[in-house]
Design a protein around this ligand. Structure first.
Ligand code: BMA
Length: 357
């Protein structure tokens, strides 16, 4: 048993006092710790909703059509739910999302949720950082009531995730992600670190008070400008009592070499691993990918060698948008990386649904 596993065993014991109120979440945390010993789960955002060349057809999945199995982890985004819309910012109907989340759970897979929330001050999207929004939605701020109604909608959805026999479906929830970049209204330079931590904790406390016993809470900053340090990584960390899993979001772009990308992965994952051991938290690569995968052997040559060096429980590759090839991040039938992804699938360290059932 390596050090991180020992600390995870301790984590299961440490959280046992709250087990009654968090039973579905604790079960998932323990399962993730077990799976982590076996290998790395491969995840894909919006996997059953659309792919590189199709959209909304039920039963389809680019990953399954390439390698014969569903990704072990599926990611979905709640953005626009707060406005009461019936589809998210990428056109995914929330009813369909609920259905696919339950299906993924029932086939033995795992689900993670992000939330590209609109800016509550300007009414524009998550990338609009004007308006000093965080200070206005916290208690005492003039938009606190509006924000509570937004949180209420997210809470209701998460509470509605149930199997046919009424059991709550556990999910890894990753609110207020990529805060160390300045592109979202909750990110670096858009609020103070103290306000950020309050926002995270307020979200946590609100949802837990309303009975979200099925949430595994995740903290996921983005790539640092310089070599990552523990101090920088933890700058916005809201506290051990409100976080179960820590991770990092890192992307490769056309202007970056594989070596550069691998250097970033190692710099970040070294720190994530260290913090995970110190704080007894699960660790993951919470988002990654290479736009439209210009290197046809990227999965086995760039990503896999680094993944194998770290005891992470999952990696989430971003979506295969049918309407934008620059937003394609995983293999699909007929794409140049198809063969390489099959090899990636066949590696005994990568886990798909059949491997974790
Ligand atoms: C971003 C991009 C956007 C998308 C958003 C939410 O990273 O993929 O196109 O709208 O995620 O899925």
């Amino acid at each position: 048993m390596n050090k991180i596993m020992t600390t995870l065993a301790a984590l299961a014991i440490a959280t046992s006092s709250v087990a009654a109120s968090r039973q579905p979440a604790i079960k998932l945390i323990n399962r993730l710790a077990q799976i982590q010993k076996q290998g790395i789960m491969i995840g894909h955002q919006d996997d059953p909703m659309y792919g590189c060349s199709w959209s909304w057809e039920e039963g389809r999945s680019d990953v399954k059509e390439v390698c014969g199995d569903y990704p072990a982890v599926m990611g979905f985004d709640l953005g626009d739910m707060e406005l009461g819309k019936d589809k998210n910012l990428d056109g995914v109907p929330f009813d369909r999302m609920r259905k696919e989340i339950v299906k993924q759970h029932e086939r033995g897979g795992i689900v993670t949720l992000s939330w590209h929330s609109n800016n509550p001050v300007t009414g524009k999207n998550a990338w609009d950082f004007e308006g000093d929004a965080v200070s206005k939605i916290l208690p005492g701020g003039k938009l606190n009531k509006k924000f509570c109604s937004w949180l209420g909608k997210i809470t209701d959805f998460i509470l509605s995730l149930k199997t046919a026999d009424g059991k709550k479906v556990p999910v890894i929830f990753r609110p207020w992600h990529e805060m160390s970049g300045g592109w979202f209204w909750w990110g670096e330079g858009r609020c103070t670190t103290e306000q950020y931590k309050k926002l995270y904790r307020y979200t946590h406390d609100f949802m837990m008070r309303r009975g979200c016993s099925n949430i595994v809470w995740a903290y996921s900053p983005n790539l640092a400008d310089q070599t990552e340090t523990v101090e920088h990584y933890e700058k916005y960390y809201p506290g051990d009592d409100v976080v179960d899993l820590i991770g990092i979001d890192i992307y490769q772009r056309a202007e970056h070499s594989n070596a550069q990308y691998q250097g970033w992965l190692r710099s970040e994952l070294d720190v994530v691993k260290k913090v995970g051991e110190n704080r007894k938290k699960l660790i993951a690569l919470t988002e990654t990918g290479y736009n439209n995968i210009p290197d046809s052997t990227w999965f086995t040559q760039a990503l896999l060698p680094v993944l194998k060096e770290y005891p992470i429980c999952y990696v989430l590759l971003w979506r295969n948008a049918w309407d934008n090839p620059m937003e394609n991040y995983i293999a699909a039938p007929g794409k140049p990386s198809e063969q390489d992804f099959k090899e990636f699938y066949n590696d005994n360290k990568t886990l798909f649904v059949k491997d974790i059932k």
